[in-house]
Write a protein that binds this ligand. Structure first.
Ligand code: SF4
Ligand code: SF4
Length: 406
């Protein structure tokens, strides 16, 4: 996008002196502010529903509660800078605002190169945040039309990892005899899932460590070939530099390699980054922040407490395919796979048989739209803002002891 030819929406905003409020002081808010100010559109303030943000300053602007802005309600345009659009719209409306819109037109297609110093997000990450916002917005719009679009699908290619983190939230520390996934079963299951849903925003290829599986390329090649899939993100711990077909398959515009930087443990971090850069493969790295979510321990809790945990969980919509079975979250997948929680047919979709088509669609819809806790939540410490943070990647020599249920 050329900066000297603003798109129509920006032209409209430049010609309109009325105030602009960005509702949502998170990443989408930062990106929206970046896009507007880079094109000369002044923003009046941020607003946010979280008390912890209100009264603070973001990018030189105050963050208010939306209910504290009645003087702006008549004329301000409010951009919804977040992904919970229905809730956000309700809040802004009830504060008296009528000019409300999402950020799709603002962010979609914007060239974020050179934005990192201002936003703190790499261009790749910024584009992913923008794409996710678009996806969530479209999902909201399409809800009434009965479409079925999954935000994420974790595709587990191996139970093995080149590290043994004692608090791995994917529970690798409990696998005494890890195996690679059966790739024929995996291919057939993914094909049937793709036939049964209307789209998947992001496939996430992971393990364990995906590159310990010498044939992970087969999976990546299959996933990028689906037209409706926008991104295939490969999660790696920076211990292995892929070669041959496992490297070749990454040279695709849909692929993003996300390297978690575990410092001294990520022994090949520099070499991996260098190889990916040389090959022109899109990649980004992250320093991990961990919560204490990697232990299987049953705790007696009421259904209300478990439902609350489930609702607040940040991975409760990461549908996970593991060994031919589909689960609502990665913890549920691995806990069931390890047989560490009681059987719960209502929490699992079994694709080891020939379930497909409309019947599979209804199973996926039921699992994805369910809003009560999973059986696995009973043995999970939760993953939300209340879960204590812990040091990442402490290594264990031996697998942790496991109680097999039933
Ligand atoms: S958290 Fe550690 S053990 Fe778990 S997948 Fe990542 S690197 Fe492997
Ligand atoms: S709280 Fe429930 S939904 Fe969240 S990770 Fe744990 S088992 Fe999964």
């Amino acid at each position: 996008m050329l900066e000297n030819t603003p798109p129509p929406m920006i032209q409209r905003l430049l010609a309109d002196p009325r105030p602009i409020v960005l509702f949502g002081a998170g990443d989408v808010g930062v990106l929206a502010h970046h896009v507007l100010t880079r094109q000369g559109v002044p923003v009046t303030c941020f607003a946010d529903g979280r008390a912890s943000k209100q009264g603070t300053v973001l990018r030189g602007l105050p963050i208010h509660s939306i209910t504290d802005l009645p003087q702006l309600a008549d004329e301000a345009l409010v951009f919804l800078c977040g992904n919970y659009l229905k809730t956000m719209t309700d809040r802004v409306r009830s504060a008296g605002f009528t000019r409300i819109q999402d950020c799709v037109e603002l962010l979609d297609g914007f060239d974020f190169s050179g934005s990192e110093a201002d936003t703190g997000m790499s261009p790749v990450l910024a584009e992913r945040k923008a794409a996710l916002h678009k996806h969530e917005t479209l999902k909201d719009r399409e809800h009434a039309e009965d479409t079925l679009i999954l935000k994420y699908l974790d595709v587990v290619v191996t139970e093995a990892c080149s590290m043994k983190c004692q608090d791995c939230s994917n529970l690798m520390q409990y696998y005494a005899k890890p195996r690679h996934s059966d790739l024929d079963l995996l291919a057939s299951a993914v094909d049937r899932i793709m036939d049964s849903v209307d789209g998947i925003y992001e496939f996430r290829v992971l393990g364990g460590e995906p590159f310990v599986n010498p044939r992970v390329h087969r999976v990546i090649e299959q996933l990028v070939a689906y037209e409706v899939v926008e991104k295939v993100v490969v999660y790696t711990n920076g211990t292995i530099v892929p070669r041959g077909a496992n490297l070749d398959c990454l040279r695709n515009e849909k692929v993003v390699v996300e390297i978690t930087n575990y410092g001294q443990h990520s022994k090949k971090f520099d070499a991996l980054q260098e190889t990916l850069a040389t090959e022109g493969i899109t990649h980004l790295s992250k320093i991990p922040v961990w919560t204490d979510s990697g232990r299987i321990r049953y705790v007696e809790r009421s259904a209300e407490v478990l439902d609350d945990m489930f609702h607040n969980c940040c991975v409760n919509d990461i549908v996970t395919l593991l060994n031919g079975k589909l689960y609502r979250c990665p913890f549920s997948a691995n806990a069931h796979n390890l047989k560490a929680v009681p059987d719960a047919p209502q929490d699992v979709i079994d694709l080891t048989g020939d379930l497909s088509g409309a019947a599979l669609r209804e199973h996926i819809r039921a699992l994805y739209s369910r809003d009560t806790h999973l059986t696995a939540c009973g043995s999970c410490a939760g993953r939300d803002y209340r879960t204590p943070q812990i040091e990442a990647a402490i290594q264990t020599r031996r697998p942790l002891p496991l109680t097999v249920v039933g």
